[in-house]
Design a protein around this ligand. Structure first.
Ligand code: LCS
Length: 393
């Protein structure tokens, strides 16, 4: 196999390591459910693991492998498992690491369903959990128990933008024998690499920055340790939540421009955050690039840049926030994030609406919080759009 280049942007283009026999410069879409064996013995050898090669797409496919290898290399992990969605990635981790009598500690402000599914589905498997404020390291320390198997973090968190010290949290969890998984969706490996900071598993909703074009749903899990990868792979392949080759192809294609997309969106976001912070109709802004962010210094240390996600509240709360969302013209009023287009949404009634109001309140997801995923349009246009919508308030 060819050696991968050192630089992150070069890896975005050249990593993957799957080369087409016919010489296609880009790994093609192997749109097939199954792979022909030359004879019965070869089929048997592949099933026995005695010969490398493909068997059946749920178990592995060159297009999917190219994407998995690339993301694993970008994150500095052993191997990746691409899944049908980000939630499939989250559940692959939960199902692999947690069983009857096991305990998980999670950050209180995760993407709504990442918390909701644990609270609703996993008690029937005997899994115990505590959701705490993981931006406070002492809260993590207090919550870890002898039976804690997983510390589950999302940093920056959706949608509160709270940031956890991954290195310190990992030390604490490891001292108690628990593994650490970080949902790195908001940062992408371009801005933050949790495995290098001490985490054991990193996952993404590839629906977001990795694909970057709001045209597929997908997820990925990358483990640092080969044994953990094998356990995750068993669950993913037998639950059958693999990604489709065509989706994988699009995600691999989108990934090539990750660095330039993030740089541009981040530059726009810095300007949008500064505009919002100075606006008389804005109550508060949460953006890791603003010194007013509660974990500003940690963000500077842990992340290469603050990214392009911003949460804010308009003076007048929910009603005023709705006026802004109903009057934007360039920004798209829609959930999801991390695409080339600017998106705006209301977590309390949309992405986080299934959580009880008390849990949202404790986690800092106020009714007036509006979340914006800043795209790569011209910053002036995004700011003009928000300015005219704010004028209606
Ligand atoms: N993790 C994070 C941090 C997310 O933001 C999402 C989706 C997921 C996991 C799940 O990924 P999916 O299954 O959708 O690919 N976040 C969404 C959001 O904030 N708005 O719509 C979806």
């Amino acid at each position: 196999m060819k050696r991968s280049p050192k630089g992150f942007s070069s890896k975005l283009i050249h990593a993957g390591g799957v080369h087409d026999e016919k010489g296609s410069a880009v790994t093609p879409i192997y749109q097939t459910s199954t792979f022909r064996f030359v004879d019965a013995d070869q089929g048997a050898r592949r099933f026995a693991g005695e010969e490398e090669g493909y068997i059946y797409t749920r178990l592995g496919n060159p297009t999917i492998e190219d994407l998995e290898n690339t993301v694993a290399e970008l994150e500095g992990g052993h191997a990746g498992l691409a899944t049908s969605s980000g939630m499939a990635a989250v559940n692959t981790v939960y199902l692999t690491l947690l069983g009857n009598g096991d305990h998980m500690v999670g950050h209180q402000a995760l993407y709504g369903p990442s918390r909701g599914v644990m609270e609703k589905l996993y008690p029937k498997f005997g899994v115990q959990f505590d959701f705490i404020d993981a931006t406070r390291i002492e809260e993590i320390e207090k919550a870890l128990r002898p039976n804690t198997k997983l510390l589950y973090l999302e940093t920056p968190a959706n949608p509160t933008m709270g940031i956890t010290d991954i290195a310190r949290a990992s030390e604490l969890a490891h001292a108690r024998g628990a593994l650490v998984c970080v949902d790195n969706t908001f940062s992408s490996p371009y801005l933050q690499r949790p495995l290098e900071l001490g985490a054991d598993i990193v996952l993404h909703s590839m629906t977001k920055f990795i694909n970057g074009h709001a045209d597929i749903v997908g997820g990925i899990v990358v483990a640092k340790d080969p044994q953990v990868h094998e356990q995750l792979a068993y669950v993913m392949k037998n639950v059958g939540c693999n990604i489709d080759p065509h989706q994988a192809f699009l995600a691999r294609r989108g990934l090539k421009t990750l660095a330039i997309r993030i740089e541009r969106a981040q530059e726009n976001a810095r300007r949008v955050a500064a505009f919002l912070q100075d606006h008389p109709k804005i109550e508060w802004v949460l953006y890791p690039g603003l010194p007013s962010h509660p974990q500003y210094e940690l963000a500077q240390r842990q992340m290469k840049g603050p990214g392009s996600m911003i949460s804010f509240e308009v003076k007048g709360g929910l009603q005023a926030g709705k006026t802004v969302m109903d009057n934007v013209q360039l920004a798209v009023l829609a959930v999801s994030l991390g695409g080339v287009e600017t998106l705006i949404q209301h977590p309390a009634s949309m992405t986080h609406s299934k959580l009880p109001a008390r849990e949202r309140e404790e986690a800092g997801i106020t009714d007036g919080l509006v979340r914006i995923s800043v795209g790569i349009e011209d910053a002036e246009d995004i700011i003009d759009d928000l300015a005219q919508a704010l004028e209606r308030v």
